[in-house]
Design a protein around this ligand. Structure first.
Ligand SMILES: *Cc1c(COP(=O)(O)O)cnc(C)c1O
Length: 413
């Protein structure tokens, strides 16, 4: 992808870009989102695709991502919290929308009123029914079973009675069992046997539900890694998060190898560039010292922006070169060592040059995976934790008709 150059005049959006966005931004390429949706939808077909946009679409912006995903062939949206779902409804998004993580404080009445589908592991059922009564409207429920992840979902022991109770309420017109679902624990490690065990358990609970008269619109189990590697887990609907954003869930397999395009570029501009002597200490703790006279570049992003403090060594690309961060990452800033540029003796200063922490990885550019490695975490966390302090800038907001044919069309397009 092309991210906006510091002084480029071929910006893909019209109108002036505010200076504070040029200074520091997470650039979100909505054409990359649409490309990824088309690709994943084609792989999932004939199953439908749910775009998982929880946590502000993994840091990419829930509303613009949801709109782009729906425009490119997603037919459902998924979030963790009812509050996240209500925000999408408030933005005017009317697609089927599931929220699956609740507490006794969750606003089930608002969910029913807004036509939000509610995941139910058991304890929520009474509250959902009370909300349906109060709203005089049947709730839309997806029964969740724990097939091995050990988070929410009914235990296999409790499944019979949950299904029985839910069907009683369905018979009374208080709810409709729209879905049955579960979540996988190790699909990102395709060699492990537990995915098969979870799949078998899921088939068993589906059979029990079927015998109890449940006729769900959608049975769903697969996340991104299972969508990519296990067609036998697709059922009627796949719930895709990471892949939408163009990132690979697999160790040792890149986005490119999967035909996905990373949608977020985290970039800023060099905010100070100065010559320093041999042995100059850098940042709190003075954990790094220059070897020989050198030139330091100051990068105005830090842990207050969601860059992990532990990620010293993470790459920053300036003018085609990836420089590792040296010294400690602070709240607002971090430092790279350019080597001697002799700015004070007439060498060219890199003050104001664009600095990219990660993007689509083209031409050897740094990636979210590089930062994940530096921080001892995964790419999910790197993009999701970029804080609201960093303005999001959207490019390619309108579909490019000529680019819409770059993957085989799924049946939903
Ligand atoms: C987050 C989440 C997903 C999406 O997982 P990815 O690996 O990002 O595709 C799917 N289902 C549930 C229940 C989730 O919590």
């Amino acid at each position: 992808m092309t991210y906006p150059a510091a002084t480029g005049d071929s910006r893909p959006v019209s109108g002036a870009v505010p200076a504070y966005v040029e200074e520091r931004s997470a650039v979100i390429d909505l054409e990359a989102i649409r490309h990824n949706v088309r690709r994943l939808a084609a792989m999932a077909s004939p199953a439908q695709l749910m775009a998982v946009v929880k946590a502000d679409a993994y840091g990419h912006g829930a509303v613009p991502v949801a709109r782009a995903a729906l425009g490119a062939g997603a037919s459902w949206l998924g979030v963790a919290h009812i509050s996240e779902a209500l925000a999408l409804r408030a933005a005017g998004i009317e697609a089927p929308l599931l929220a699956w993580l609740h507490t006794p404080e969750s606003n089930f009445a608002a969910a029913v009123a807004a036509g939000i589908d509610i995941g139910c592991s058991g304890w929520e059922l009474q509250r959902i029914v009370a909300a349906a009564r109060a709203q005089e409207r049947p709730a839309r429920v997806h029964l969740k079973v724990d097939t091995g992840l050990g988070r929410n979902g009914a235990t296999l022991n409790a499944w019979d009675s949950l299904v029985g109770e839910a069907m009683d309420y369905q018979d009374q017109g208080l709810l409709r069992v729209v879905g049955v679902f579960s979540h996988l624990a190790v699909a990102d490690e395709p060699d492990r046997p537990e995915t098969d065990e979870q799949l078998e358990a899921f088939r068993e609970v589906l059979a029990i539900a079927h015998d109890a008269g449940v006729d769900p619109e959608v049975r769903h189990l697969a996340n991104t890694p299972a969508t990519l590697s296990r067609p036998d887990t697709h059922f009627d609907l796949v719930r895709v998060g990471l892949g939408l954003y163009g990132l690979s869930p697999f160790e040792g397999q890149s986005s490119k190898e999967l035909g996905l395009r990373p949608a977020m570029t985290l970039r800023t501009v060099v905010s100070h560039c100065k010559d320093v002597p041999d042995g100059q200490g850098v940042s709190y703790g003075l954990n790094y010292r220059t070897r020989g006279a050198s030139t330091l570049g100051l990068i105005p992003l830090g842990y207050g922006d969601g860059v992990p403090r532990v990620a010293t060594g993470g790459p920053v690309r300036v003018e085609g070169v990836n420089y590792p961060v040296v010294g400690r990452i602070a709240m607002d800033q971090m430092v790279i060592d350019f080597g001697p540029l002799h700015v004070s003796a007439g060498g060219r200063s890199l003050l104001g040059a664009e600095a990219v922490l990660f993007g689509d990885g083209a031409d050897g550019g740094p990636t979210a995976e590089d930062w994940a490695r530096a921080a001892g975490t995964n790419n999910y966390e790197i993009v999701t934790r970029i804080s609201p302090r960093v303005p999001r800038r959207y490019i390619n907001e309108e579909p490019d008709r000529s680019a819409a044919q770059d993957v085989p069309a799924g049946p939903r397009q």
